[in-house]
Design a protein around this ligand. Structure first.
Ligand SMILES: [Zn+2]
Length: 195
């Protein structure tokens, strides 16, 4: 089964290599940074992904899924993302000209000043097919949009890639694997470190 990379596009940011210490397996974005206050508002643009047949193109499913972080609020928005300007907005129907290769989705993590995140928009590579928990026909060589977006929202709130296989912040996922919808201990430790 083909694995695709979930890429965090780091503008003016180098994501440091994962630590070898298993107790510190998660990696925070460098420099360490957080939003000024929580909950972080991460709306989902109403134009959904046309490969997802759940009635909203995955929009409603993603709105609900990303709240699993606990420090994130979400809703459907008709306002397209404005790069560099909050709120951090998830776009399911466009790669934003930033995710053309093997990546499934990407987050613009370069918008911060000092240790405060100002914006972090998320785009989706539309060359792949996706599914959500709301699809009646299940999964066939598609990628789980909810898990992917829970991963990307980890980047939105300041977390990098973990080397723990099975963690939501691990950098790749196989088709029809919905495991990223739920946070693992490593993901929660990263979030609790920041917020
Ligand atoms: Zn990533």
């Amino acid at each position: 089964m083909k694995k695709q990379t979930i890429l965090a596009l780091a503008i003016a940011t180098i994501i440091v290599a994962a630590s070898a210490d298993p107790a510190m397996a998660y990696v925070l974005l460098s420099p360490r940074r957080t939003w000024a206050s929580t909950p972080v508002n991460v709306p989902v643009y109403s134009a959904g992904n046309n490969s997802i047949n759940d009635g909203s193109g995955g929009v409603n499913a993603v709105v609900n899924a990303i709240k699993t972080w606990g420090v994130v609020n979400s809703s459907v928005t008709n306002q397209a993302a404005v790069q560099g300007q909050a709120p951090a907005t998830i776009t399911l129907n466009s790669n934003g000209h930033i995710c053309n290769g093997s990546c499934l989705a990407a987050t613009l993590t370069g918008y911060y000043s000092g240790n405060t995140i100002n914006d972090a928009d998320v785009y989706t590579n539309t060359k792949y097919k996706y599914y959500s928990s709301g699809e009646a026909d299940g999964c066939s060589s598609e990628y789980d949009i909810e898990g992917i977006m829970v991963h990307e929202v980890g980047h939105v709130i300041g977390i990098g890639h973990s080397n723990v296989s099975g963690a939501t912040m691990y950098p790749s996922v196989a088709a029809c694997n919905a495991g990223n919808r739920s946070l693992e201990a490593d993901d929660i430790a990263a979030k609790n470190d920041l917020y």
